[in-house]
Design a protein around this ligand. Structure first.
Ligand code: GDP
Ligand code: IMO
Ligand code: MG
Length: 424
């Protein structure tokens, strides 16, 4: 069985949600394997907009199971809010959402520390959803997993140590008010009965689905260049959106997924939200134009996204880390109307060609992109579903990307609506 893995190839917001929803007609279950409510995955169905943060993007396809993997950090309050929105919109999620037992919780105090860290330490431009602090607790072995919330003694022991350390920091470093352990305990008590029916106690649930011939789609959040190991550290998120995260974040084996289609989702240009190097960023009116035409505002925070040209050096790196077997190019329609379109094909550093994506952030912030210029196309291509109907210059652009990266483009998205796509 060929499973599907969908990974953002850039700095997030590539259109993963749309692609996952589009592909969900052919699969049995969607698994989110990392990240948390920092993600915002948008789907449009006949003009109705859904933004998913924690719940996998398969939820708007009837019958598809949705699994929140152990690699996700789950904010239970955000989760319930999302369920409410689904209910309001008439989406039936009964018996379709499962949370793996070893996923960690994001609690309100994690958000406080996210904010304090942004204010006082290195500013990353986080989403403020408590992601970094929750993963830090997980790796410090001070976290609370969803399966642990039914064990009062365990929760109290963990909180006793964790909150004492946090209060020391609040008192002596952040000069902020202390956290009260009982308050945190009560917050957990508030959600635990409501959460119970979603939690399954089997960490090998996804692997078992595969064993019973179910076809799975693994949905990445964020993007490869925000990966904590491979991204533009420290301006990254705190998890692994790249391929390795699939194994550690969902409890499947390499054998289970070795023949998967690994789809890199690539926006036809580049965007980034928050701080950090962005070699092809366009800082003039053209960047503003792309932002407005592409409606480039964060799906989670509403922040304006920084916009720039497509960066094939970065994508080559992303391809190598993830082993993409094909690409989905999104938002091609946004490029209509541009006289010229640039694509970055190399970097120059101190007058020399670099030929690779430097992992050292300071170096990356100094590189100068070398562009190849393409003629644009005037006409709107929004909603085109047949490759032959694309203008020749759009085809040239796509062919160049394929040839440069040596990966086949299998999906081209030409609009935000669910079915506005070309399949190749
Ligand atoms: P994700 O985080 O990767 O799922 O992407 P987001 O949902 O944060 O951002 C992508 C935005 O682009 C959303 O508003 C989508 O509705 C929109 N979108 C996706 N594909 C297309 C496309 O092909 N054309 C246009 N115009 N918009 C698209
Ligand atoms: P989706 O899944 C774009 C960015 C933040 C910040 C950095 C760290 O919708 O593509 P965090 O809150 O994770 O600690 O913030 O990562 N970021 C995203 N950027 N899309 C996302 O998710 C993002 N999730 C986090 O802007 O720069
Ligand atoms: Mg997004």
């Amino acid at each position: 069985m060929k499973h599907i893995i969908v990974i953002g190839a850039q700095w997030g917001d590539e259109g993963k949600g749309k692609i996952v929803d589009f592909l969900s007609t052919e699969i049995d279950a969607v698994v989110r394997y990392q990240g948390g409510a920092n993600a915002g995955h948008t789907i449009f169905i006949k003009g109705k907009k859904f933004v998913l943060h924690l719940i996998p993007s398969g939820i708007v396809r009837e019958g598809v199971l949705c699994i929140i993997g152990n690699g996700v950090v789950l904010d239970p309050f955000a989760f319930f809010e999302e369920l409410e929105i689904l209910t309001t919109n008439g989406v039936n999620y009964n018996d379709r959402i499962f949370i793996l037992p070893n996923a960690h919780l994001v609690l309100p105090f994690h958000k406080i520390f996210d904010r304090l860290s942004e204010d006082k330490n290195q500013k990353i431009g986080t989403t403020g959803k408590g992601i970094g602090p929750a993963y830090a607790d997980k790796y410090s072995r001070l976290g609370i997993r969803v399966i642990d919330i039914f064990n009062d003694d365990y929760i109290k022991d963990q909180l006793n140590v964790n909150i004492k350390i946090k209060n020391t920091l609040l008192n002596n470093f952040y000069n902020d008010s202390e956290i009260v352990i009982e308050d945190v305990f009560n917050q957990i008590m508030k959600i635990r009965d409501k959460l119970r029916s979603f939690i399954i106690d089997d960490a090998t649930f996804v692997s078992n689905l595969i064993a019973t011939n179910k076809r799975i789609l693994f949905e990445g959040a964020q993007g490869s260049l925000l990966d904590v190991d491979f991204g533009t550290y420290p301006f990254v998120t705190s998890s692994n959106p790249t391929i390795g995260g699939v194994l550690t974040g969902s409890g499947v084996s390499l054998k289970d997924i070795k023949d998967s289609e690994v789809i890199g989702v690539v926006k036809a240009y580049s965007t980034r939200v928050g701080e950090g190097p962005f070699p092809t960023e366009i800082k003039n009116d053209l960047g503003e134009y792309l932002r407005s035409k592409g409606n480039e505002y964060g799906a989670t925070t509403g922040r304006p996204r920084r916009c720039g040209w497509l960066d094939l050096v970065a994508l080559m790196y992303s391809k190598q880390i993830n082993g993409f077997s094909s690409l989905a190019i999104t938002k091609l329609d946004v490029l209509s109307g541009l006289n010229k379109i640039n694509v970055c094909i190399d970097y120059e550093l101190d007058g020399n060609e670099l030929n690779y994506f430097p992992v050292e952030t300071f170096t990356l912030s100094k590189v100068v992109p070398i562009y190849k210029e393409f003629d644009g196309w005037e006409e709107s291509i929004q909603g085109i579903r047949n490759f032959e109907k694309l203008p020749q210059n759009a085809k040239n652009y796509l062919h160049f990307i394929e040839d440069f990266l040596k990966i086949k483009i299998k999906i081209i998205s030409t609009g935000f609506e669910r079915d506005d796509s070309i399949i190749l």
